[in-house]
Design a binder for this molecule. Structure first.
Ligand code: DLL
Length: 433
């Protein structure tokens, strides 16, 4: 199903014309209204009039998360505060949070994009959507909320947490659509299993999971345990929140809403744009947002773009599922490792549960990686030999898939802290000396 066929299926030539028109306009507007941007553009000897083609975007400077912090809180807003009707913010792990402002038009756009996203996964006005993303400054809750209302679905604005109540409502209200982080969905499944609730008996049929990296293996696990079709959606506070890209029913990448966001893939070391189809850092430009339009924002997310035609009829580029960020990539004894790669190994091991944490330490000059993973309680009552076997099996799989040696620590169920939002997968103790 397609929410806005006119735009989502626009012939690419026409789409490019629209992109260029919008790009020129946003560059002019931000140059005029945001001194920080103007200074950077002037320093390069450029003027907005130098942007005459989509390729000219490459002449413009990047904006990084670090710079957003320097201009905290409202330094990059391109409209007067009296036009800003909402603020969201993402906490991040270090430094000041990023603050995003929305005009009324921005909120309408956001609801439209979320309507596209939910429709692409089969949501209609008939559905009851249990929205377990956090409400508040986080963009997940309210972003999904207004998109679901826009298509006329019934929203249950439950927010995250209180899992027993989530299940009760799901059952009593006949909820058909669940929205939350992939890690929280597994916690819901875990509590259902404990309560002896058979999720097959629920009406739940589809889930929209995002806000953190997850693997295809994790998707299978979620689908089996929750009896839903699991759809991936991507977005970030700096750009709009959820509603930047999402999967269609064919699930062969996430369609980026290119009529509002222009994607580029760059080499994170040189900043050069990479040829189509290569993997690199995703850079996004907002062309229609009013209050907070970022130009060439370096997302630090690692992605690859595909421009081929999709069977669904949408003409937008597709990005592959984001499996890591340039800043959560661990370099362990010279080997690049993403938490999602370890997750993919763990999900394939029968005895392991999908709850894990990676602990990185420095042992003299050497980095060491410990993988703590929960296993079935049953295993602890078996002989110690069984535990050792499982540990060896996991270590072996990790070594053969990723080429690194990891210390495996099996822990009892519920040892690893559960999160109702984004899961904390890595504890890096190297930075603390
Ligand atoms: O997480 C927005 C969102 C809410 C997306 C609900 C989807 C659903 P931030 O808190 O600013 O915004 O975090 C953005 O989360 O740069 C990615 O690293 C990561 N991320 C978001 N969606 C995905 C996804 C929201 N589907 C950061 N797969 C982004 C992998 C994701 N990573």
């Amino acid at each position: 199903m397609i929410w806005d066929e006119k735009h989502e299926c626009m012939p690419r030539e026409q789409l490019k014309e629209l992109q260029l028109k919008r790009l020129k306009s946003v560059v002019r507007r931000v140059y005029k209204n945001v001194p920080y941007f103007r200074k950077k553009v002037d320093a390069l000897g450029l003027k907005p009039a130098d942007i005459q083609s989509l390729e000219d975007l490459q002449k413009l400077p990047f904006i990084t998360k670090h710079e957003l912090r320097e201009t905290y809180p409202f330094g990059l807003f391109a409209t007067p505060m009296k036009e800003v009707v909402r603020i969201h913010s993402s906490s991040g792990t270090t430094g000041k949070p990023v603050v995003a402002g929305y005009t009324r038009a921005d909120l309408n756009l956001w609801a439209e994009l979320m309507a596209r996203t939910l429709t692409a996964g089969g949501t209609t006005a008939e559905d009851i959507v249990q929205n377990a993303y956090g409400y508040g400054l986080f963009t997940g809750g309210l972003g999904i909320h207004y998109g679901a209302e826009k298509i006329g679905a019934t929203v249950v604005p439950i927010s995250g947490g209180n899992t027993a109540r989530q299940l009760l409502i799901m059952e009593d209200f006949g909820v058909t659509v669940l929205t939350c982080t992939p890690s929280y969905s597994l916690q819901i499944a875990e509590v259902a299993e404990e309560k002896g609730l058979d999720m097959r008996k629920l009406k739940l049929r589809v889930g929209f999971f995002g806000a953190e990296p997850w693997s295809d293996e994790m998707r299978k696990e979620i689908e089996e345990r929750l009896h839903v079709r699991a759809m991936d959606l991507y977005g970030l506070t700096e750009v709009i929140g959820p509603g930047v890209a999402a999967e269609c029913e064919h699930r062969c990448g996430l369609h980026i809403y290119e009529d509002h966001f222009i994607p580029e893939i760059i080499d994170p070391d040189t900043g050069k744009v990479k040829p189509d189809g290569q993997t690199g850092e995703l850079v996004l430009t907002c062309t229609t947002k009013q209050a907070f339009p970022v130009i060439r924002f370096r997302t630090r997310d690692i992605a690859k773009l595909e421009y081929g035609k999709c069977e669904c009829g949408r003409t937008f580029a597709r990005m592959n599922r984001v499996t890591g960020r340039t800043d959560d990539m661990l370099i362990i004894r010279g080997v690049n490792v993403f938490p999602s790669q370890i997750e993919a190994v763990l999900v394939g091991i029968e005895e392991a549960e999908p709850h894990y944490q990676l602990i990185v330490r420095k042992d003299g000059p050497m980095d060491t990686l410990e993988v703590q993973v929960e296993v079935d309680q049953q295993l602890f009552s078996d002989e110690i030999k069984r535990l050792e076997q499982v540990e060896r099996k996991i270590a072996h799989e990790i070594a053969s898939m990723l080429g690194i040696h990891a210390k495996i620590t099996l822990v009892e169920p519920k040892t690893i802290e559960r999160s109702m939002g984004k899961a904390k997968r890595v504890i890096d103790l190297r930075k603390e000396g």
